[in-house]
Design a protein around this ligand. Structure first.
Ligand code: PDD
Length: 276
């Protein structure tokens, strides 16, 4: 449907209960970037919530390609959302036979990049999300509130910290530092962070480059005194963090290791062409 003619049923469980999941996938020269990892995560999210969809991965790929083609998009992002479906409002799952509701949107690249190339500021906040944030649920209220708070502090991102003051992740990205020993550090996967696809790709690229990596927790305090910091996400790519809670990180400008990682990821995105 044309976007102006599309609609959400008022009894869609996504709308009433946030009972659904989503993915955001980057598209470059018509290629869905790291699509297998995105589909694996989508099916993980669906399985964990007992949402059973009638579409195979192959069918979803065809539908996505069709939406991209009809919107004439070669470079941009696909937003895919699946809710448990439409049923009269009742917390327990609807009767079998209620079909999940699928939404696929495509948008071109229209991000303001200027500010990001210089690096961004981050504001830290206590992580007040539910206990299963490895599921990419559409329930994003804590993330919305955190990013709003960050914006009020003139920051692009909010970094959540857990009860022991260790950073979990960003409100819409994964968190990284380059520690005093020049090692890349990011929190290990678990139920307390989203397994970011950009995180996965960055780890692979850094490993191939021979960089030293530690998947371990790091505290707000360690982040403040780190050599460098950065964040990763599908929409932001690799983005330098030059300030945390108003304190400059390292020399306060984008560091050497972050610049390298950013370039590796950019080259990776640019290596795709139709047919690959
Ligand atoms: N954000 N953590 C959270 C809470 C997120 O919402 C996201 C993604 C990530 C990074 O995951 P990935 O690298 O797979 O995009 C981590 C959406 C997609 C975004 O705003 O970009």
């Amino acid at each position: 449907l044309p976007k102006s003619k599309s609609f959400i049923n008022v009894e869609d469980r996504g709308y009433q209960f946030s009972d659904g999941v989503y993915e955001v996938i980057a598209v470059r020269r018509g290629v869905l970037i790291d699509s297998s990892e995105h589909f694996d995560r989508l099916f993980h999210s669906l399985n964990e919530l007992d949402i059973y969809i009638p579409w195979s991965q192959a069918v979803l790929r065809v539908l996505i390609k069709e939406v991209l083609a009809r919107n004439n998009i070669l470079n941009g992002y696909v937003y895919l959302q699946i809710s448990r479906g439409v049923a009269s409002r009742n917390h327990i799952f609807p009767e079998q036979g209620v079909r999940p509701a699928l939404v696929i949107l495509a948008n071109g690249l229209h991000r303001v990049k200027a500010l990001r190339t210089e690096g961004v500021g981050v504001h830290t906040l206590r992580d007040n999300r539910w206990g299963r944030v490895d599921i990419k649920s559409i329930s994003l209220l804590p993330n919305v509130l955190a990013k709003q708070k960050a914006a009020e502090f003139d920051c692009y991102e909010a970094w959540f910290f857990d009860d022991d003051n260790y950073i979990t992740e960003g409100a819409s990205s994964n968190a990284w530092i380059v520690d005093k020993m020049e090692r890349l550090v990011t929190r290990p996967l678990g139920i307390d962070i989203l397994p970011g696809v950009t995180r996965f790709r960055t780890l692979a690229l850094a490993r191939a480059e021979g960089l030293e990596i530690q998947q371990r927790r790091f505290s707000v305090k360690e982040a403040l005194s780190a050599n460098e910091a950065f964040l990763t996400s599908t929409t932001a790519g690799v983005c330098s963090v030059v300030k945390i809670d108003g304190h400059p990180i390292g020399s306060g400008i984008k560091g050497r290791v972050t610049t390298l990682i950013e370039r590796l990821y950019k080259n990776y995105l640019e290596s795709f062409s139709i047919g690959s």
